[in-house]
Design a protein around this ligand. Structure first.
Ligand code: S3P
Length: 184
C-alpha cells in the first residue's frame, strides 16, 4: 500500500475542500486529479470536454490513475467520474485508503450547482443527474471507508475522517483486527 488517502465521491461532495484541510492536518501534500489533467493539457476541464469530448477526458483520467501509482503519502482528490469504471476502485485501493465522501443527493446537487464549471452537469435535468449519481454509487461504495457528510461542514468531515483513519490504522496493525467505523 502506498499510504495515500484517496477521496472519491460525486461532484459537490466536498472532495477539494475536505482534501485540502485533511492534507494540512496530516502534514501531507494535496493533489487533485483534475489539476493533474489540466496542467498536462494546458487547458481547463470545460475546454477539454468542449474540444475533445468526454471520451478523451476519460482517457486522460486513465493515464492519471497510472501516474497516481507513483505517489506515496499524499491526500488525493479524484474527479467524480474517475472511480466509476469496472476494476478502478480496486486499482485505487491498491494505492492507499479510499474514502467515499457520501452525502444525500439533494445536498450534493445543490453544492455541485453552485461551485465551478462542470460539463457533466451542463444541459442535464436534475433527474438525469440523480440517475448518474445512482449509477455511480456502486463504485463509490467500494471505498475502504465512508464518511456521511450530511449536514456537517468540511472541518467536521475532517474530524470524523481522522478518527476513522486512526481506527483503520489500529485495526490493520492489531493482530486481532477490528471494525472500520462507519465504513465497510
Ligand atoms: C466529473 C467531475 C469533475 C471533473 C469532470 C468530470 C464527473 O470533478 O473531473 O468535470 O464526471 O463527475 P469534480 O467531482 O471535482 O467536480
Amino acid at each position: 500500500m502506498s499510504d495515500n488517502v484517496i477521496l472519491v465521491g460525486f461532484m459537490g461532495a466536498g472532495k477539494s475542500s475536505v482534501g485540502r484541510l485533511l492534507a494540512r492536518r496530516l502534514g501531507r501534500c494535496f493533489v487533485e486529479t483534475d489539476d493533474m489533467i489540466t496542467a498536462h493539457e494546458g487547458r481547463s476541464i470545460p475546454e477539454i470536454f468542449a474540444e475533445r469530448g468526454e471520451a478523451h477526458f476519460r482517457a486522460l483520467e486513465e493515464e492519471t490513475v497510472r501516474l497516481l501509482g507513483l505517489k506515496s503519502g499524499d491526500v488525493i482528490a479524484t474527479g467524480g467520474g474517475l472511480p466509476c469504471r469496472d476494476g478502478r476502485p480496486a486499482q485505487l485501493r491498491a494505492m492507499g485508503t479510499v474514502v467515499w465522501l457520501q452525502g444525500e443527493f439533494d445536498a450534493v446537487y445543490e453544492r455541485a450547482q453552485r461551485a465551478g464549471a462542470r460539463p457533466m452537469l451542463a444541459g442535464r435535468k436534475r433527474e438525469e443527474i440523480e440517475a448518474l449519481y445512482r449509477a455511480r454509487e456502486p463504485y463509490y461504495r467500494q471505498a475502504d471507508l465512508t464518511v456521511d457528510t450530511t449536514g456537517i461542514n468540511p472541518d467536521q468531515v475532517v474530524a470524523k475522517l481522522l478518527l476513522l483513519l486512526r481506527d483503520r490504522r489500529a485495526s490493520i496493525l492489531s493482530p486481532l483486527g477490528r471494525g472500520q467505523g462507519e465504513g465497510a
